[in-house]
Write a protein that binds this ligand. Structure first.
Ligand SMILES: *[C@@H]1O[C@H](CO)[C@@H](O)[C@H](O)[C@H]1NC(C)=O
Ligand SMILES: *[C@@H]1O[C@H](CO)[C@@H](O)[C@H](O)[C@H]1NC(C)=O
Length: 257
């Protein structure tokens, strides 16, 4: 009896607490959003090498192959490389933690926000049997939230796109971006006179400019979003060398949170 009374008193109090934190800050940072998820129909366990982010094979195997296509969360390529915790909602089969995936492609099917790699989709199950049972349904109800990407042994890496052609066309992707912020602008600066050029997001995760500056190049990234909402420029210690080539990867020497 005493126990049920104290529960009754406590519950409205807890609800009030939640409500006040939710209204104090308009965005509900750790809240899950209800949605649906399907999986890539091909037999490959990993993601696709032809994802819209244009990551190539990296987009299939990144994060151990726990990757996904996104529909509205793709955000015209801004969402490429963002990490989400996705968990299915059927308590009988689904694990509490679900799976953490990286967006590497754009796509939707059957009202989904995510088309997961089969590997990631199965991971939402409590065990292999539960995972197989989820697979047999094709698409399931999920809830998701943005989380920080974690690549503890990696610095942000600039991967020169295959379309690059020194010195006429400079195109690259940002690989291994940690944290939960978006790169919303990129400046390319030559390091002698510090003349800078704003780059365009050309398509997917690719930033590009025709007639880039000559010489070693410093890439500066504007980070926005995240919990505090503040924007900040990140200036990595390492430059891209003057003799950059298509397909090469250059270590920025920095990690971001
Ligand atoms: C820096 O400016 C000087 C003088 O205008 C010019 O000669 C030089 O080529 C510039 N360096 C680069 C890397 O653009
Ligand atoms: C990251 O960059 C730092 C220099 O800023 C370097 O010492 C370190 O070896 C780099 N880490 C990796 C994994 O490349």
């Amino acid at each position: 009896m005493a126990r049920s009374i104290s529960k009754r008193l406590l519950l409205p109090f807890i609800l009030l607490l939640f409500r006040s934190t939710a209204t104090a800050d308009d965005t509900c940072i750790d809240c899950f959003t209800q949605s649906r998820a399907a999986y890539y129909p091909n037999s490959d366990q990993q993601g696709t090498e032809t994802g819209a982010c244009e990551y190539g094979q990296f987009g299939a195997t990144l994060n151990g192959g726990d990757v996904s296509a996104a529909s509205k969360l793709y955000r015209n390529g801004v969402g490429c490389g963002a990490c989400y915790q996705v968990r299915c909602t059927d308590a009988a089969h689904c694990s509490n933690n679900g799976v953490t995936i990286v967006i590497t492609d754009s796509g939707a099917s059957d009202n989904t926000d995510f088309i997961l790699s089969q590997r990631a989709f199965t991971k939402m199950g409590q065990n292999a049997d539960a995972g197989a049972s989820l697979m047999s349904r094709g698409a399931v109800g999920v809830e998701y939230r943005r989380v920080s990407c974690s690549y503890p042994s990696r610095n942000i890496t600039f991967r020169m796109d295959q379309s690059s052609n020194n010195p006429y066309y400079f195109a690259f992707q940002i690989w291994y971006q940690q944290g939960n912020k978006d790169v919303t602008a990129v400046q390319l600066c030559e390091t002698e006179n510090l003349t800078c050029k704003i780059l365009e997001r050309s398509h997917g995760a690719v930033w590009a400019t025709a007639s880039p500056p000559r010489g070693p190049l410093s890439v500066r990234m504007l980070l926005s979003g995240g919990d505090d909402g503040d924007e900040s420029w990140v200036v990595p210690p390492n430059d891209i060398p003057e003799d950059w080539t298509a397909g090469s990867a250059y270590d920025s020497g920095i990690q971001v949170q």
